[in-house]
Every structure is written in C-alpha cells, then in structure tokens.
Write a protein that binds this ligand. Structure first.
Ligand code: ADP
Ligand code: MG
Length: 494
C-alpha cells in the first residue's frame, strides 16, 4: 500500500522508520527507588541518584528488566541474555549526570517482526531492529519565570524502552498502524500504559524519499512526536518537502527536525555536522546485565494471549469477521468485555458461542462503542456492565423484546443505569407474541382501512408493508414482527 508521491519528474516512494520511546510501567525508576507517579509536585520524586549527587551509585531495578524482556517477547524479538549499559554523554540543563545511561552496541532485546493491519484489510510485516533500556531526562520549564528556566527532575531516571523499527514503512497510514500495534502490544502485556498525552509514549520519526526500488535516500529525523495524528502529518509534510527539494535539483541533508502542531510543518534543529558526539562507553558503575534462558522462559509464561492470537481465535472458533475481530482485539479491555459478555449470554440462552458471537460482537461494536463515544467514556467505565449487556441481548434473542425495542431499552439503560429486565417490566415493553391478541389487533387494523384492503385484494401487493406498519404502530412497536407477517397474510388474502 505504498503511497507514491507524484512529482513533476515522476513518482517517489516514501520510506519511514520509527524510534518509539515507551515509559516502562514500574513503581520505581530504572536505577533508583524514587517514585514514577505522574503529575506529582515538581522535584518531589527525586532521589540522590536521580539528581546525580557525587558518589551515588545506580542500582538496577529488576522489575524494569522483566518488563523490557516481556515487551521483547510480545513483539516477537530475540532476547539477549547478555547486554551492556553505556553512558551517552551530552550536556543539558535537565540531565544532571551529564550523561544518560542507555544501551548502545548490546541492547537487551534484538531483532523481531510485527504484523500490522492496514485500512484496506491487508497486512504487512514490519521489522524491529532492537529494543533497549535507557533513562529519561528531567524537564526544563520555560514558563515559570520571566527570565529563568526551572528544571523538574521527577522524570529524571525513569525507565524508557526505545523500540527501533527497520525502515520498512511506506506511508503515513502504515506508520500509524505500526505505532498502534506497538501500543496495543505494550498495553496487553502491561509494560507501558501507552498514554500519549502524559508522554508515556512518543516517537522520533525518520523520513526519506526515493525513486521506487532505488537505494535508500537521505533521511531527516523529527523528534518527540506525541500523537499518531501529528506523526502522520510529519510524514506527509516531510515527504512532500523532500520531493520538492529533490525535484528542484537540491539535496536532502541528514538532520534533526522539530514539528510545529500549530502549522503542521517541520523545521530544522541541527544538521548531522552539528550532531552530538556522544562518546558512548560502557558505564563502569554497572556490570553487564546477564540472565538465563530459564528467566526468559518464566517471563514468557506470564504473558496473556496476544492480540494476533486472540484475533485468529475469534475468527476461527467463533466465526467473527476479520473486521469485528480486529476492532475487538485492538484494546485488551474491549476483547475482555466481549468475551465475558459472550460467556454470560451462552449461560442465559443455552445457545453455543458460535451461534451468538456475531450478534454479540455487533452489539458491542455498534451499540455499546457508539454510546461510549457519545459519552466520551472508555470501556473500563462503561455505564453498562457485561451482565446487563448480556441480559439485554438474551431478552432479544429469547423473543421477549424485538430488536427495535432493544434499542430503546438500551437508551434507557444508559440514562438510568437500570437493568434491562426491570425496564421492560416497568415500561410494559414485552413483545406481544400471543396470536389471539395479535389477530384481534390485525382485525381492527383491517376494519379501519377497508379501502386499502380492497386495493390490496385487487392486486396492490405493496400495501402489505403498510398493514404491518399499522399493526406495529398500534402495539407501540411491541408486536412480534415475524408473527405479524405470518398472521396478516392469510387474513388479507382471505
Ligand atoms: P540513529 O541512531 O542515528 O538514529 P539508526 O540507524 O539507529 O540511526 O536509525 C534510526 C531510525 O531511522 C531507524 O528506525 C531506521 O529504521 C530509520 N532509518 C534509517 N535509514 C532510513 C532512511 N533512509 N529513511 C527512513 N528511515 C531510516
Ligand atoms: Mg535516532
């Protein structure tokens, strides 16, 4: 699904590689016991290690190691039993140590691949080059004082996973799908909360262009993008800008750029020539990190069913469509809700999961998600529990209420929080399935419209729908529509 750019001199292909920074879910920082809770008072979560007091030594947080390995396993990458922490040296006000502890030549996680789902229903494999652990820096605050910059070190030393892709993406849509997939995976295994507004996940976006099939072009790297929409804007803007330069006979210089969300444009920060020489070297305070294959195998056992496996199972075992299965597994909470609802529905109706799955999935995706969107709620604070959702569907499947009435009951559930049985009872919404009662109503409708009956009998077959409508109206939508069809035809024809 490569998006070729049509320039004046022919077609161009866009090449994208992403470096995703994901904050490790862990109570303490990578090398100190200081807390990582978001939103605390500035500098209230800073140990002597985080502010680089002389003589302080880093002590590795085993939980961060476990989380990095679990993430590597979820992405399907090779886990390196030996890795090394290096010092990446640079000077900046929010980096008290004067270096960041990172991993350079020997990262904890090596190569792997992820499968992405594209909007046109196709899939594509994207290579992952590595995942390494590193410390986050502090935050400079330029808006606290008219002439001074303040520094908040709460983030200083928080563990980040940097997940580096191969330059395998060919459009903004592919990059968006890749980012979403990584986000889904880390959220499934609980190694990063994926919260982009709080900065828990952000990306450096590498973009180049080339003639289709030619060697890779020179790339630019746009730093610190914290929304998928912005990332896609960066790619489209950069690709177009580079094509314009190349078509005018110019050259692309490898450089670091920044994005301005207000204008949707990027601008140069520093060129390759000005790039930092980080003088990486192994951190003498930390031994190489070594663990056994048994440690990795034990962690593999802690992983939940991953989204691709879940999706395949929903399709193969339950007969769900690709689309429905894809939507449900995108967030683990959605899939959990669906599976819990289905289990309850099986118990209530006595039907098999396969018989019920598509109807249940359609209800979750269309009705429930529609309502959640309207109320800006997430599934974890859904106003309708799986128990009430299953009851609503069971009432419909059992014929107590019609599909039409089920929609009304759902609206009332959302407003009142009452359970569906109670609503049906209180409002007298039970479907009318008593043939005697329905026949009486049908007779009354026919008596009210003798002219239409005559026209129908004279061959105006289309009027059948009119009579069905009248019966539904008289019963306030409660008549069982199948029974109305069955009973009406002989009366009219007779
Ligand atoms: P650096 O460490 O300087 O950032 P890397 O080789 O680690 O360089 O690459 C960083 C990212 O840039 C990777 O995600 C990689 O896929 C991507 N990348 C490398 N070459 C290109 C290119 N020509 N066009 C687009 N992306 C690229
Ligand atoms: Mg880089």
């Amino acid at each position: 699904m490569a998006d070729y750019i049509h320039g004046a001199t022919g077609e161009w292909e866009v090449v994208i590689g992403l470096e995703i920074h994901a904050q490790v879910t862990s109570e303490a920082k990578l090398f100190s016991g200081a807390s990582t809770t978001f939103g605390a008072e500035p500098n209230s979560q800073v140990s002597f290690v985080c502010c680089a007091m002389p003589g302080m030594l880093p002590v590795i947080n085993a939980e961060c190691i476990r989380q990095a390995v679990r993430t590597g396993l979820a992405i399907g990458c090779k886990i390196n039993l030996r890795s090394v922490f290096d010092r990446k040296n640079y000077f900046y006000a929010d980096l008290p140590q004067g270096y960041q502890i990172s991993q350079f030549k020997d990262p904890i996680v090596g190569e792997g691949t992820v499968v992405i789902d594209l909007p046109d229903g196709q899939t594509k494999i994207i290579g992952v080059e590595r995942l390494h652990l590193e410390q986050d820096a502090g935050k400079s605050m330029h808006d606290q004082h008219p002439s001074q910059t303040y520094v908040d070190l709460n983030r200083s030393g928080v563990a980040l996973m940097e997940i580096v892709s191969m330059p395998d993406m060919r459009s903004a849509a592919e990059a968006g799908a890749y980012f979403r997939k990584i986000r889904t995976l880390v959220r499934y295994v609980g190694t990063c909360d994926g919260n982009m507004e709080q900065g828990s996940m952000r990306a450096d976006v590498n973009v180049s262009v080339r003639r289709p099939g030619a060697e890779l072009g020179t790339r630019t790297e746009t730093k610190n993008i914290n929304s998928i929409r912005y990332m896609m804007q960066v790619i489209d803007y950069e690709a177009r800008r580079q094509v314009d330069i190349l078509e005018q006979g110019g050259q692309i210089h490898q450089e670091t750029r920044q994005f301005d969300p207000a204008t949707g444009t990027t601008s140069g920060l520093r060129s390759k020539e000005e790039a930092h020489d980080y003088r990486y070297f192994p951190d003498p305070d930390l031994l190489p990190l070594e663990f056994t294959q048994a440690f990795v195998d034990d962690l593999a056992k802690t992983l939940p069913e991953l989204p691709d496996d879940k999706k395949n199972r929903l399709i193969a075992d339950l007969g769900l469509s690709e689309y429905n299965a894809g939507v449900l597994v995108a967030e683990k909470e959605n899939a959990d809700y669906f599976e819990e609802l289905l289990e309850l529905l099986v118990k209530k109706t006595g039907k098999t999961p396969t018989e019920l799955a598509t109807q249940a999935a359609n209800w979750v995706i269309m009705d429930l998600f529609g309502a959640l969107k309207k109320f800006s709620k997430s599934i974890s604070d859904s106003p309708v529990s799986t128990v009430d959702g299953a009851e609503l569907l069971a009432l419909q499947i059992g014929g107590t209420i019609s599909g039409r009435i089920a929609k009304d009951v759902f609206e009332i559930m959302l407003e009142s929080g009452k359970n569906p049985e109670q609503i049906v009872e209180e409002k007298g919404l039970k479907q009318m399935s008593d043939s005697g009662e329905l026949e009486a109503i049908i007779d009354a409708v026919l008596a009210d419209h003798p002219d239409k009956v005559e026209q129908y009998r004279a061959g105006k077959d289309k009027l059948f729908g009119f009579f069905v409508g009248q019966v539904m109206k008289k019963t306030r939508g409660q008549a069982n529509p199948q029974m109305v069809n069955q009973l009406l035809r002989p009366r009219l024809d007779g």
